[in-house]
Design a protein around this ligand. Sequence first.
Ligand code: ADP
Ligand code: MG
Length: 624
Amino acid sequence: MTTPTTHTFKAEVKQLLYILAHSLYKERDIFLRELISNASDALTRMHFEMLTNRAVLDPDAELAVHIETPETTGDEPKKLIIKDSGIGMTRAEMETNLGTIAQSGARAFIEKIGTGQLDPSDVIGQFGVGFYSVFMVADEVRVVSRSYHLDGEAWAWISDGGEEYRIEPAEKTDRGTEIHITLKKEADEFAQAWKLRQVIKKHSDFVRFPIYVGTERANQQTSLWRKNPSEVAADDYKQFYQQLTLDFQEPLATIHFSSDAPVNVRALLFIPAQREKNILAARKEPGLLLYSHNVLIQEYCTDLLPKWLGFADGVVDSEDLPLNVSRETVQNNRVMRQLGETIRKRVLRELKNISDNDAEKYEKFWNEYSRAFREAIATDMDAKEQVLPLFRYASSKSDGKLISLDEYINEMQEGQTEIYFVLGDDLKSVAHSPHLDPFHARALQVLYWVDPLDALIAPMLNEYQGKKFRNIDDAELELPEEKQEDEKREEETQTPEYDFNVLLGRFTSVLGERVLDVRASKVLKDSPIRLVSPKDDMERERQRLSRYFDKEYKVPKKILEVNRNHPLIANLARTLHDHPDSELAKLTIEQLYDSALVQEGLHPNPAEMLPRIEKLLELAVEKE
Ligand code: ADP
Ligand code: MG
């Protein structure tokens, strides 16, 4: 088909174009970054294509970006052309890439900027709609492209950023894409070479291919990672990172090192400030840039770092890798294993450094990435020893601060041999856990494990530094004697023996199959009851998980412990003594059990309790 056709943009794209054309963004110059980034992507694809296929149009053309500013006269609008010798687009590709597939990205972008928290020019590239930023400066855009295929034809895509675009045959004999921009009057500064150089220096200095403005090279294109760290300015790292990832934030950590043994490696790695960036950034796959002898051999290499460290970004370059490695050989290659080992150690060492020297920064890191470390333990047997020292938890004695396992061990009491933890839904509810009663009384520290994955990894964590981990909902838990017996307690209400046994019997008959046993508690102080796990109960964590992940969930059966010293229990016993068939007592027992389930984070549906609570209130008010 060689006839011109006209197409209408989809609603989301129209809306996006309208916003871009009518808003006054302070950073309009990022359109150039986006177009150069697209050119660079197209050149990278060409580079990889030619590794295996020389039957392409212009196989010897330099892989580069050329920017031209044609002369114009008088009132004629100013023009700007950005050309690349990349992979080019066929007619069909133009239609999809510049028209159709942008929809979802456009919608996500509009939603994101609608919240007003982000500067659109910072993030547009992350949504796969960077191309459209050209309409911040253009009255009209004409994209002329010729695909690398030998039998390709040249086509043009034309739009003024309104409702429609047009596709028509075009003249172009060489490979690649040209973006012809008719500049808006208020954006005519972009027709000046010095301005373009300035913007390139600012946003695209580290693009991997040469960018020429006229005949002069405008980007420095040095391989920053091959430099000596002492020669690199902090700002260069930041710029390099931002141009590599299109993340507008500064990285949380930068790791630059080289080594010759056991394997030659130069690496420049980054930890992004936000893990979420990678989700937003629809266009960026995870993985590291892999170079051999300063030549890019893989763009998104995920074989070097374990999956759970996949948040690290950056470049790895090795002279020990052959230039012609294929993906398969990369995977089963001894050098690759050594490289992976080396950089994994370096990343973990850097994190350890931060955790030792910059608590605030480490806390930021931990809040963002702790999930990855829990995944590490769940999925990678070897990871445990490396990552456990990096874990941080709130505890019953840390006052909201996060502490490490080493700190916990340092603060252990004389005679304490185990690391105590309590599982729960969130910090607020575990802080009120009845299981903590005996620990408070003995001033023993308990770690709060409130991430859903904690329940998954709890059974996998046997011990740390020779200290066993111990879930404190354990029925068999043995604690050292309490130091100072609380004498006041002796005077407190105590349920008489005979009433108490009747009460336990009533708990058993009301709750029936739902509990394994009902017993008097030896440890509870401030809580009326608690649910404890029988010895070696492997189900307890599994059931908790099914609930988190919305799987079929069965409330696990527990042992119910009753605190005979608690006023509520004493009163309940008295009520039962006076009125053996009391409805109020029955409802109270049901409610105590349900509340305990909620407290444990094990209730399937807390809302179910509401009618009973109403009934209880009704009875209480009646009594008044
Ligand atoms: P993204 O780059 O995130 O995919 P863009 O809106 O910047 O999103 O570009 C959309 C698509 O248009 C690209 O994915 C690519 O397929 C195509 N494209 C844009 N510019 C070029 C170019 N210079 N050469 C080849 N294809 C291009
Ligand atoms: Mg792009």
